[in-house]
Design a protein around this ligand. Structure first.
Ligand SMILES: Nc1ncnc2c1ncn2[C@@H]1O[C@H](COP(=O)(O)OP(=O)(O)OP(=O)(O)O)[C@@H](O)[C@H]1O
Ligand SMILES: [Mg+2]
Length: 1107
């Protein structure tokens, strides 16, 4: 729950001065003191923040504080500058109202610090992101750069802003920063050349000399020793608590973050160095012939170094310090400068150089931080202008600064008043005007176009003739004498004639913040701000990028004879623009007050604070605020804060907040004149009423706290009890469940055990029964088997006995018969009965044997070798004989079936067997072949008809044979005819007879032992056929041919036996030569058949495949 707090909580003194009671200057100061002493440096006057400079760092600017104040209502927390920054940022972001934060106060009151706190707060609460963070960082880092170049130690402030600064921070519609624009107002450039006692030049000079590296200093031709430079006052060269060297590093880093290039930084430092060098130039008079003195530079070393730094021709600059050219219309007049004028020129150049460098820096920063988008932006302006200054010796600068503060005061008065009045009108509250001091009259004294001091000064500067500061004062004395805020000794106003506090060369202005005495000396010069043209031209000629830009008027091509605008005029114009700009924005005020003049913490100088309170018009501010109604608050937060004071509104009010507040106030009996109902706010006239409400609220809160405590405790105990109860129920339920579960599990497991036992028992019982049944069945089977067996055996036994008995009967009968027969016939056969019985028995056995043999006779096939086994050993010889006889008989039977023709065939086969069996390997294959004789069908084939007719006898064999050619061993087919008398060889195709050999001429036939069909027909020497030589033939039917040949020879009348020669090597007579034919077993190359090859003239080799 969010804790609602208010600035009224834990208040030290009064957080809002409007509530102070009674209101007087004393109570006001006392309240400030009280808060200051408790480090409460911020106090409100309504929406205005009074900020006391604590002169010490307080832990109130932390990130936690930022978070605390973020998005909180202005009056919600104790007063803080963050509350104002948050309010401004939120109304900018949420209500689209451009804002400006006006920070005023005298020098050293803490304006610059306040502006930085505002900026850092806004940076912390606005959007985040890489680009946004870069913009924020650049905006924040512009401060150290500008402070280094534009701030200086003064008697009032160690870090006094010597220029006015107004920074517009630009945001997009989401409230993210886009960029910014900085405007600077009139740098106090006189400080460059001269500083009052106890003060310093601008920080950058000291920072450069202390912090730059030796190398950098060498490059810049500088020496670290401050005392070497005329422009640096030695009074307070070092400031307590200020580390110039560290600051220099910070500035360099900041310049880098802001986006300065390295060469730009170098150029800037060169210019700073040049200013220091310039200050060291000294002049001496040199008399000229015309009697005038002419200035000459004493020691040219510094000049030389400066010219080297800036790239200026030394002679040109030297001349510019000795002469001055005045151009008027077409004329150009050169006059010499005396020593004083040379010094004036030197200082003018130094001031201009520095102030222009400063303006360039501001522009350069603007270039870096400017928003990159052209879309409409929301703007928050932060104004940190030099504070109101009253020195011992006040000059033109103080006049200008105080004028600016005067204008700001005016805008404050106008806007606060207007805002207040507008609020009453907006809220419909009756309002009567309040008197307050309006400083418009002082502004008018200074800026009035006709007779204002600035106008007078300009007039004087432009006036021809001799113009001095005195003539200017005279003018003021005449024109402003009557003005009630202008005081001068010589004015027509006689009341100051005797005022010795007012010197003759001074005038005094009663500013809103007090009287300030201005010495007129230097007013005219400073207003003119003259730089001799020779000097600006010399600068323009410099070979240095930055210097050239800073002195554009030195360009000879753009000579402008018009007088430049005066400093006063420029300032007035820029302040005017600033005021207009501020009026377009919603103002937020921070009024800074310094508690003492000693820059010390814990010292609260009443008089000093009282003075500031007076001139800042803070009392009037409070009065205006209280004139109508001291306190106002929107209805919602008001009801929220006080609703506990009334029963109807507590704890919730259902209706509109306004009605709730009405009920509340009525209930509390607050007098009607004490408050007024606005449209959105309740206005409370008297702070007392508010305090009454607050007091009531405090009491009520105490009661409520007790009540809440009571309810809370009750609630806590009850909840605790309920929780315990609930827990107990849960625990009990869990326990019961657990116990039941356990019990159930026990019962279950017991049941299972019992069940298993019973089942086991039942099963065993069943098994036993089954086993019993089975055993019974088996027993029955066995018994019945045994019984059957017994029965069968008994029966068998009976049968056997029966049979035995029968047999015995038969045997006995036979014996008895035998006995009987023998007894009967003993008397008849006694002598040879044994032999007869023996014969009879043998007879019976033989009979039985033959009868059995008859039944088991083998088949009639002569090749059947089976024969029944012999039954009796004594019959063995006869049994074998009978087998032989049977076989012979069987063969005879077989033979007797043969025809004559078949008989002849078998005879031939027999002859073949006799000839070749076991002699020639071809024989077995011929056994199965019937010897047909005619294989070519010689009688039927018409092709051989002629051949047939030529043969006289009956053809016994006709077949195709191969006649082997002796030359190559190849065979030629020939018809082979065999008759009883001759053999004929004829051509197979034509049937033409090739040779006819009578069988009588044939002496022998040679064949091999192997399976080939080669045979040689050898002729008898000297026979008629022998002339042609032997025949070497080959035939598959060799066995048949040779057998037939042999049988013819054997059967012939001449008993011409043909010899059969079986040998693997034999000679054949081919005509004249005898050739040996040799048979070798082997694998012939040409297929599986027999191959004959001629080896030489005498040898034919026949290779026969092995069977
Ligand atoms: N809120 C603060 N907390 C701590 N110190 C502060 C605070 N405000 C101001 N100071 C101290 O006071 C000094 C002067 O403050 P600052 O420079 O802001 O004054 P100023 O009003 O800007 O003066 P000037 O008009 O001369 O520029 C600071 O350097 C710082 O030491
Ligand atoms: Mg300042």
């Amino acid at each position: 729950m969010e804790v609602k707090t208010s600035l009224l909580d834990n208040m030290i003194g009064v957080g809002d001065m409007v509530l102070i009671e009674p209101l007087s200057e004393d109570t006001f100061i006392e309240n400030l003191r009280k808060r200051f002493e408790h480090n409460e440096i911020y106090t409100y006057i309504g929406s205005v923040v009074i900020s006391m400079n604590p002169y010490k760092s307080l832990p109130i600017y932390t990130a936690e504080k930022v978070e605390e104040y973020r998005n909180r209502n202005f009056y919600e927390l104790s007063p803080h500058i963050y509350a104002l920054a948050d309010e401004a940022y939120r109304s900018l972001r949420d209500q689209d109202k451009d804002q400006c934060i006006l920070i005023t106060g005298e020098s050293g009151a803490g304006k610059t610090e306040a502006s930085k706190f505002v900026m850092s707060y806004v940076a912390a609460v606005c959007g985040k992101g890489q680009e946004v963070n870069k913009v924020k960082e650049q905006l924040l880092q512009s401060n150290p750069v500008l402070e280094a170049f534009g701030n200086a130690k003064t008697v009032r402030n160690d870090n006094s802003s010597r220029f006015g600064k107004y920074m517009d921070i630009e945001f997009d519609f989401k409230g993210d920063p886009l960029g910014g624009v900085i405007s600077n107002y009139l740098l106090e450039k006189s400080r460059v050349v001269k500083q009052p006692r106890g003060e310093r030049n601008f920080h950058i000079f000291y920072q450069l000399l202390s912090g730059a590296s030796d190398d950098t200093l060498k490059k810049l031709k500088l020496d670290r020793d401050f005392s070497k430079y005329n422009y640096l006052s030695l009074d307070s060269a070092t400031v307590n608590g200020l580390d110039d060297a560290a600051c220099f590093r910070t500035v360099r880093n900041a310049m880098q973050i802001v986006g300065f290039m390295e060469d730009e930084v170098q150029s800037v430092l060169e210019l700073v160095a040049a200013v220091l060098k310039l200050g060291n130039l000294e002049f001496k008079p040199e008399s000229r012939c015309n009697g005038f003195d002419e200035s000459r530079i004493k020691d040219k070393n510094d000049l030389k170094e400066m010219c080297e730094l800036l790239g200026i021709e030394q002679s040109v600059l030297e001349r510019a310090f000795s002469f001055r050219t005045v151009e008027a219309k077409m004329e150009k007049v050169s006059t010499t400068l005396n020593v004083a004028q040379a010094y004036y020129a030197r200082d003018a150049l130094a001031k201009n150089l520095y102030s222009r460098l400063f303006s360039w820096l501001v522009n350069r920063i603007n270039e870096s931080i400017k928003a990159q988008t052209k879309s409409r932006k929301k703007v928050m302006g932060v104004l940190d202008i030099y504070g109101f200054e009253i020195f011992e010796d006040n000059s033109f600068e103080q006049f200008i600064i105080n004028y600016c503060n005067e204008k700001l005061q005016q805008i404050f008065i106008e806007l606060t008043l207007r805002e207040e009045q507008e609020e009453y009108i907006r809220e419909g509250i009756e309002w009567t005007n309040i008197e307050y001091f309006n400083n418009a009259i002082i502004c008018d004294l200074i800026e009035n176009n006709k007779n204002g001091i600035l106008a007078m000064l300009d007039e004087e500067c432009l006036r021809p003739g001799t113009v001095t500061d005195e003539t200017f004062l005279d003018k003021l004395n005449t024109v402003c004498a009557e003005h009630q805020h202008f005081e001068s000794r010589q004015s027509k106003n006689s009341k100051f004639l005797t005022d010795h506090s007012l010197p003759h060369n001074c005038f005094r202005i009663q500013h809103y913040a007090g009287k300030v005495l201005y010495r007129v000396e230097g007013f005219v010069d400073k207003n003119n701000d003259l730089l001799y043209r020779d000097l600006s031209q010399a600068m323009y000629k410099a070979n240095h990028s930055l210097i050239k830009i800073l002195f554009p008027e030195g360009n000879p091509a753009k000579v402008n004879l018009k007088r430049p605008l005066t400093a006063g005029f420029q300032f007035r114009a820029s302040v005017g623009t600033l005021m207009k700009n501020l009026l377009t924005k919603n103002p937020n005020y921070i009024r800074c007050i310094k508690p003492n003049d000693k820059k010390a913490a814990h010292i609260f100088t009443d008089s000093l604070v009282c003075h500031q309170v007076r001139y800042l018009g803070l009392m009037e501010n409070v009065r205006v605020r209280r004139a109508g109604y001291a306190f106002r608050q929107a209805y919602e937060p008001c009801l929220e804060r006080y609703k506990m004071l009334c029963k109807q509104t507590w704890p919730h009010w259902k209706g509109p907040a306004r009605e709730g507040v009405e009920v509340l106030l009525k209930n509390l009996q607050v007098p009607a004149e004490e408050f007024a109902y606005g449209r959105s706010k309740i206005f409370i006239r008297n702070p007392r009423t508010l305090f009454f409400l607050e007091e009531k609220r405090r009491q009520c809160l105490e009661d409520l706290a007790t009540l809440i405590q009571k309810i809370y405790r009750g609630w806590k105990c009850r909840t605790h009890f309920l929780l315990l109860k609930k827990s107990q129920v849960v625990v009990a339920a869990w326990y019961r469940r657990f116990a039941q579960q356990k019990k159930y599990q026990n019962i279950r497991s017991s049941a299972l055990v019992v069940q298993s036992y019973i089942r086991g028992w039942k099963a065993r019982k069943l098994l036993r029964e089954l086993k019993h049944k089975k055993r019974c069945e088996e027993a029955v089977t066995t018994i019945s088997a045994y019984w059957h067996g017994t029965q069968a055996r008994r029966e068998l036994k009976l049968l056997k006995e029966e049979a035995r008995r029968k047999h015995a009967v038969a045997v006995i009968w036979a014996y008895w018969l035998g006995l009987k027969v023998r007894r009967e016939y003993r008397k008849f056969f006694r002598a040879n009965a044994g032999k007869k019985i023996y014969d009879f028995t043998i007879q019976r056995i033989m009979q039985k044997y033959f009868m059995g043999l008859k039944k088991t006779m083998p088949s009639m096939s002569p090749v059947d070798k089976s024969w029944p086994a012999r039954p009796y050993g004594f019959l063995d010889g006869m049994h074998q004989e009978l087998r032989r006889i049977f076989h012979l008989w069987r063969c005879k039977k077989y033979r007797s079936q043969f025809t004559e023709e078949k008989k002849a065939t078998y005879e031939e086969k027999l002859a073949a067997s006799e000839l070749f069996k076991d002699k020639k390997a071809l024989y077995p294959s011929s056994v199965g072949q019937p010897f047909k004789g005619d294989y070519v069908e010689i009688t039927k084939n018409p092709k051989y008809q002629k051949l047939n007719s030529l043969v006289e006898d009956k053809v016994l064999l006709a077949d195709v044979v191969s006649k082997i050619n002796r030359a190559n061993g190849k065979g030629a087919p020939r018809i082979f005819l065999l008759t009883k008398k001759s053999l004929v060889l004829a051509d197979q195709k034509t049937g033409q007879v090739k040779a006819s050999v009578p069988l009588l001429d044939l002496s022998s036939v040679s064949v091999s032992t192997q399976s080939d069909g080669f045979f040689a027909l050898k002729l008898k020497e000297g026979s008629t056929s022998a002339a042609k030589g032997d025949f070497l033939l080959s035939s598959d039917r060799l066995i048949e041919i040779i057998t037939k040949l042999h049988r013819i020879g054997a059967a012939s009348a001449e008993r011409n036996q043909i010899n059969i020669d079986i040998s693997d090597e034999f000679l054949v007579q081919f005509k004249q030569d005898k050739v040996c034919v040799k048979f070798i077993p082997g694998t012939p190359k040409n297929g599986n058949g027999v191959a004959c090859k001629r080896k030489n003239n005498r040898l034919l080799e026949v290779s026969v495949p092995s069977p």
